[in-house]
Design a protein around this ligand. Sequence first.
Ligand SMILES: [Fe+2]
Ligand SMILES: [Fe+2]
Length: 494
Amino acid sequence: MGFIEECSSKGFLVSEGVDFSRVNSQDFIKYVLDLKEKPFVINQELIDGFKNNNSFFGKNLPENHSVEVSSPVLRDKGLSRVEVIKSYNLNNKLRSMNDWFDFYLNRFNRMKKLLENRNGLRNATSIASISKMSGKNEVSTIGLVKDIRKTNNGNYMIELEDPTGLINIFVGTSKTELIKQCEDLVLDEVIGVVGSTGTNFLYVSELVFPEVPDNPVKYGPVDEYACFIADTHVGSTDFEPKMFENFTNWLRGGCGTNEQKETAKKVKYLFIIGDLVDGVGVYPSQSSELTIKDIYKQYEVFSDYLKGLPEDMQLIFIPGNHDALRQNEPQPPLFSDIAKPVFELSNAKNLSNPSVVNIGKYSNFNGFNVFLYHGYSYTYYANNVPNLLNVGMDRPEQVGEFLLRKRHLAPTHSSSLITPEMVDPFIIDAVPDILATGHLHKLGYKMYRGINILGTSCFQKMTSYMQKLGHHPTPGFVPLINLKTRNVKIMNFT
Ligand SMILES: [Fe+2]
Ligand SMILES: [Fe+2]
């Protein structure tokens, strides 16, 4: 039975033209029947109310948190479609210790859900229950990594925490594979452990990581491209105006070979993943490295480049740490007053950092989910994880893969400036088809377990600030993902 018939059978009339896509009719009817005042007519407001009350695990979201779930926007005879899956609009609220507690509890419970059906963890027990055991018992548990210590002899002693208590786990050097896995552990990630109880430790025989499943690559029905850029940094003395102009000119069909022009025609989605402008006061003495010192003017100039793009192209923007809003993550969408010209561009969608959208949906194809994150936390992992130390800053795709295995894009508390919003936005609950980031100003991409991992390039040459941070930018290179083949094509605008 369809949505309208199902509602009618319960005595409700459905207004004409309402969008009930992605609404489960039975859940919706239950929601309506639970309302204090039963409506007679089902209108869009009721449906939107239902959508806002049913997110993530079907739990109500706290008052200060809202998630936009919008219907597909059809442009150009239905060729370009963008559906917002997750975008965080936040209210300013005084935070307390309780918010941090709720935030980490939410993280732990969601990560536990991802782990508890894994081999070896089906009988996972709480840390408190293990602590009460005497003698040697084979057990498994799930915990958050509170502390990692490597002894002079090369053994690992790890402190794990769950809502019931703390436990020390031990990995001896004889377990070569496990020691290798310990090298990749980071603080505050949630893992599973199988082992045997002892006097002071749980002796580990297996570590279980959330990891993404090895899904087959999904192919879309239409030969079309999603294009990804970030870090334009308009306003900076190091912004590369000619490269950006060449890029936008190519998108309009104004330059390139015939083949390149044909490619441009197939670009249906343009993602701009943060640091649209250089901002003002982002780092000490930045003003001496700005050609435009007015933040309003920076967004105006940025938007001027993107005017007049083809009508069938959808533009999706998220902010980065240089944009004019709070640096703490999740960052809400750009402010519509400061970045007004960005909102005025045709087909523009402004979303939070991070956010998730679905693109390329057709009647017989459910589209691709794209996880968008500016990438602030990547610097931390590139500089702190032994196996990433030599490559991380230059290989965003390696950092992306590392974090996908954790099912979390910023597990360590200090790796990004997090504000506790109850719902941890960095958990990869639903596995995306594309993970796209910026921030490192370095192009990198790979296919990993059916996911296009993509680190975008930039339109800014090396600044003194970036030199200090160890960035090696590759401005002017733009990756495109062909949604039919999932191949990545690189366009060079240098
Ligand atoms: Fe940047
Ligand atoms: Fe950035």
